[in-house]
Ligand binder design. Structure first.
Ligand code: PEP
Ligand code: MG
Length: 324
């Protein structure tokens, strides 16, 4: 089977009736990049910059960061690399920047931390923009956005960094800017957010956790963390429809995109890009290549009115079996 999947590496990700669905990857380390390229990834939908920060014993300098980001951008060029600003807090603590809180997932996390520390945010943005000089394959992604004000503040800092670099004589371009849709409030604001950015990217890991009020890392409530919960599916559909109504591309970079059954549903919903761990890419590609878009749309039409996650799972499995 593994050998069979390897043979897919150089084949396009398209359905039997030739509908193209770009499969991108999530990265953190350079090792992920090399494996992803081998598997035929067409871009990076989520580069988690907290990973290199976690491996150090202090904040990397702007120049160190430029080098780290440059490696990722160069390895993937000319494909797009979506670089997310630091998403610490929650379950990701930097040893040299401890955050003590009773409810870390509801606390000082992601964009909340970096807007309170513009010096950290600005150094990171400057490093990203400098790293992309001459490659122009960078997109900037903002984590944990819950309202318009956060987005406007972050954008103002990005413009500031860009103008500073221009004045300093760097030959820089302003990269596309996008937001993660991973907090329930952002689902209801998807239109307004989309009107102010170049792309949306759904973080289904956090979105599921926050919609269902189930800690994504708590084994005791793991049964309640249901990827096919009807509320999750309805939120996912609303986001892609609202994003498209504003004319922006909508991708998804949570674990859900790497689940073959979910990938079929997401394709039928109209997601423009599925971004996943490289290890899931071959099996998702093999399922997409084994079905018609029409079958996927029939599955979506069947599952959307269902009120029960288990019933949805059964229907998804039926389509997977039909696809062989
Ligand atoms: C997500 O929340 O789905 C996501 C992709 O971000 P992370 O897993 O890094 O929180
Ligand atoms: Mg997240």
């Amino acid at each position: 089977l593994v050998k069979g999947l390897e043979a897919l590496n150089d084949l396009p990700c398209e359905t039997l009736d030739k509908y193209r669905l770009p499969l991108w990857v999530n990265t953190g380390l350079m090792a992920d990049v090399l494996r992803s390229l081998e598997r035929g990834a067409e871009g990076v939908g989520l580069y988690r910059t907290e990973v290199p920060f976690l491996l150090r014993d202090r904040f990397p300098s702007e120049e160190e960061q430029r080098g780290i980001y440059r490696e990722q951008l160069e390895a993937f060029a000319p494909h797009t690399v979506t670089v997310r600003t630091l998403d610490i807090g929650g379950d990701k603590a930097l040893p040299y920047f401890p955050i003590e809180e009773a409810n870390p997932f509801l606390g000082w996390r992601g964009i909340r931390v970096t807007l309170d520390h513009p010096e950290i945010f600005l150094a990171q943005i400057r490093a990203m923009i400098k790293a992309s000089v001459g490659l122009d394959n960078l997109r900037i992604l903002l984590p944990m956005i819950s309202g318009i004000t956060e987005l406007e503040e972050a954008k103002a800092l990005i413009y500031r960094a860009y103008h500073e670099l221009l004045e300093e004589g760097f030959d820089v371009k302003l990269p596309p800017i996008g937001v993660m849709i991973e907090v329930p409030s952002a689902v209801y604001l998807a239109r307004e957010l989309a009107a102010r950015v170049d792309f949306l990217s759904v973080g289904s890991n956090d979105l599921t956790q926050y919609l269902l009020a189930v800690d994504r890392n708590n084994a005791r409530v793991a049964d309640l963390y249901q990827a096919f919960h009807p509320a999750v599916l309805r939120a996912l559909l609303q986001v892609v429809q609202d994003g498209h109504a504003q004319g922006v591309s909508v991708s998804i970079c949570g674990e859900l995109a790497g689940d073959p059954g979910a990938a079929i549903i997401l394709m039928a919903m109209g997601y423009d890009v599925l971004s996943m761990n490289a290890s899931n890419l071959p099996k998702v590609k093999s399922v997409i290549r084994a079905i018609n878009l029409e079958q996927a749309e029939a599955l979506l039409a069947d599952v959307m009115p269902m009120a029960d996650a288990e019933q949805i799972r059964v229907r998804v499995d039926q389509t997977l079996r039909e696809a062989g």
